[in-house]
Each structure stands twice: as structure tokens, then as C-alpha cells.
Design a protein around this ligand. Structure first.
Ligand code: HEC
Ligand code: HEC
Length: 231
């Protein structure tokens, strides 16, 4: 049964990537200039880090992200289809050429690995049991997340993430499916919750909205922790 569901997800992914949904200028052969992008991205570093590896877990890492996906998101912020009080004004100040160059720059950087995820200690128990309990909880969460990533959830019809985001979270450049590996768990939880509530719905196909709506908050947390450990 699980196999059938994966096959269905894969068929969906292939059908979608075949239609190349929402690519921008790159489609027409225009390519960004990474060296120029480095200079233009200097104002982004305060939040997204020197080379797109942000230190703060609520600011997404941009390093090694597909230029196709970065273009889509920057145009979505600029055009008002994706909204964030911090990011929207930043994107509005960029020209289309700036966006191409910055996307080229970040896609050429290497993403850094995250430290092993930890849960905050439980207040009611003593330190030793605490640490053991936290370790068990995180291991159970990671296992649940890994299972959901690879197999989806047949009962609630959550598609397998692997179908579009790839076996190691590498995404798919031509289809503009984002790379997810080594992204901060806090950002992943936030953005999946935004898809679930519809607060983030800029993609015309709304694939992620449909998927996230079927996910429980616990599944969102589990898969986010798992993805943050993928390399
Ligand atoms: C003051 C902090 C801040 C600065 C400066 C900033 N950003 Fe962001 N950026 C954010 C936050 C916060 C988000 C996540 C928004 C959300 O949750 O939807 C984000 C999201 C993004 C995303 C979407 C990433 C994804 O995985 O979907 C891109 C692309 C991006 N920023 C590019 C830039 C660029 C390019 C600049 C410089 C021109 C910049 N940012 C400057 C805070 C910042
Ligand atoms: C049918 C293809 C497909 C499947 C299956 C899929 N995704 Fe996605 N995902 C996408 C697309 C397309 C986007 C870009 C959406 C946009 O542009 O707003 C995306 C975006 C995301 C993002 C935002 C990344 C960022 O940097 O902001 C996260 C997180 C994500 N997906 C997680 C998942 C998880 C977890 C699963 C499995 C439960 C999953 N996806 C299954 C196609 C898919």
C-alpha cells in the first residue's frame, strides 16, 4: 500500500515538473551574475548570514538553494503574493536584474550542516531523567519525521515529500521544488504552519497548501526536525 502511495506521489511530481510551472526570467535564457550578486546581497547578510548560512533559526538559509526557487520567492515577495513584514520591503527594493544576480550568488554557496537537534528540558523532572527523556523524545520525533518524509501518511493522504524534494532533500531545479536539506527546523515549522493556515499560498498550484493542510502539528514538527538533519 505504501508503495502505491509513493508511486502516486511520484507520478504527481513528474507530471508537475513536466509542466515547469512558474519559472521566471531564467526560462528565457537570462542568467544571473553570481559575482555581481555577492555585492548586491551584502544587505541580506545581517539576517541570512555571510554566504546564506544564517545563524538565527528563524531566518532561512539561502545557501545552495536552487536559483529557480529563489527567483520565484523574491518575485512573490516583491509582487505581494508572499507576505512577510520583514522580507517584503527588502524584495520591493530589488530590480529584476538584482534578483537574478542574487539568486545566482546564493545558489552557488554551500549550505552548512546543523548541530544535532535538542528539545528544551521538561521542568517537572530532575536533570538526569530529563536529559534521557529529551533524547528519547527527539529520537522518536526524528524517526516519525523520516518515515513521513519517505512514505507520506496513507491514512491522512499526506504525499511523500521524497517525491518532489528528493531522497536527500535536494529538491528539483527545473521544477523549482526547493532544496530542504540542512534548513533550520524553526523556519521549516513556521513556514509549513503558514502553508497549513493558508498564510503562505503564493504558488499558483498551491501544492504545499494542500499537503500541509493534511498534516498534524506533530507531523510538521517531526518532519521539520528530520529535514534539518538531512545533508
Ligand atoms: C531583517 C532580516 C532580513 C533581511 C535583512 C533579509 N531577509 Fe530575507 N527573510 C527574512 C525572513 C524572516 C524570512 C522568512 C519569511 C517568512 O517566514 O515567510 C526571509 C525569507 C527570504 C527568502 C525565502 C527563503 C525560502 O526558503 O523560501 C528569500 C529568497 C530571501 N529572504 C532573500 C533575501 C534577500 C535577497 C535579502 C537582501 C536583499 C534579504 N532576504 C534580506 C529576513 C530577512
Ligand atoms: C508535488 C510536489 C511536492 C510534494 C509531494 C511536497 N512538496 Fe514541499 N514544495 C513543493 C513546491 C512546489 C514548493 C514551493 C512552494 C512555493 O513556491 O511556495 C515546496 C515548498 C516546500 C517548503 C518551503 C521551503 C522553503 O524554503 O521555504 C517546505 C518546508 C516543504 N515544501 C516541505 C515539504 C514536506 C515536509 C513535504 C512532505 C510532507 C513536501 N514538502 C511535499 C512541492 C512539493
Amino acid at each position: 500500500m505504501k508503495k502505491n502511495w509513493l508511486a502516486l506521489s511520484l507520478a504527481w511530481a513528474l507530471a508537475l515538473s513536466g509542466t515547469a510551472p512558474i519559472l521566471h526570467a531564467e526560462d528565457n535564457g537570462a542568467a544571473g551574475n553570481s559575482a555581481a550578486g555577492k555585492g548586491k546581497a551584502s544587505s541580506c547578510g545581517g539576517c541570512h548570514g555571510e554566504n546564506g548560512n544564517s545563524a538565527m533559526p528563524t531566518f532561512p538559509k539561502l545557501a545552495q538553494q536552487h536559483s529557480s526557487y529563489l527567483l520565484n520567492q523574491l518575485h512573490a515577495f516583491k509582487g505581494g503574493n508572499r507576505n512577510d513584514p520583514v522580507m517584503s520591503p527588502m524584495a520591493m527594493a530589488l530590480s529584476d536584474a538584482d534578483i537574478l544576480d542574487i539568486a545566482a550568488y546564493y545558489s552557488a554557496q554551500h549550505i552548512s550542516a546543523n548541530p544535532a537537534p535538542k528539545l528544551p528540558p521538561d521542568e517537572d523532572s530532575d536533570a538526569a531523567t530529563d536529559e534521557k527523556k529529551a533524547k528519547e523524545t527527539i529520537q522518536a520525533l526524528l524517526a516519525q519525521g523520516s518515515n513521513l518524509y519517505r512514505n507520506g501518511n496513507l491514512t491522512s493522504e499526506v504525499s511523500a515529500c521524497i517525491a518532489c524534494h528528493g531522497p536527500s532533500g535536494e529538491g528539483n531545479k527545473p521544477a523549482a521544488f526547493p532544496s530542504l536539506r540542512s534548513q533550520h527546523a524553526d523556519y521549516l515549522i513556521k513556514t509549513l504552519t503558514d502553508f497549513k493556515s493558508g498564510a503562505r499560498s503564493n504558488n499558483v498550484d498551491n501544492m504545499m497548501v494542500m499537503i500541509a493542510k493534511k498534516m498534524s502539528d506533530e507531523e510538521i514538527k517531526a518532519v521539520s526536525y528530520h529535514i534539518s538533519t538531512m545533508k
